[in-house]
Design a protein around this ligand. Sequence first.
Ligand SMILES: [Cu+2]
Length: 185
Amino acid sequence: MTQQVLVLICFLIVSGALLLIFQIVFHSTKKEREISPTTVNRYRVLFFAMLGVILGVLLLFTLPRSPYLLFAHEQPEKIIAVVTRQFSFALSDESPEKKWTPTESTSGIVLPAAALVEFRVSSQDVNHGFGIYDPENNLVAQVQSMPGYVNRLRVRLKKPGIYNIFCLEYCGLTHFIMRTSLEVR
Ligand SMILES: [Cu+2]
């Protein structure tokens, strides 16, 4: 089963459950009945506690998988500077200390397979997205590209081949042409 089918099935189950809950609430509240403020308050506290537990568990499982914490204690083998602007990416693998003027030309970045790479992503105008797709077009990693801020994204690109990079944030009229690529050998 592909991941997309799994997501669709989960979506349908959750949607069905929500519809059922709405139906139950709709039918159970048709008749008017007295309810004391103490009972209402008790339910309110109970629901709030349940929400806290659910969100807490989700946070516990998802936070360690946050890309910002991945490879935090390792030294990246390559640092790639990324500058975005409407509607292009400029990538450079030159030393970050060297003064670099971002240009429209982005080709020619070659990364060794499975090397730890740090992308330092920033924007020259509006918010953009920086999404890396592997040779089979699966999204590997992504980060926001924001003006006045450098986002660091550390990844290991394992499969050799051409990786497409797309903007994943609607940034203007010709957002759809905003793409580039790099090669992993
Ligand atoms: Cu865009």
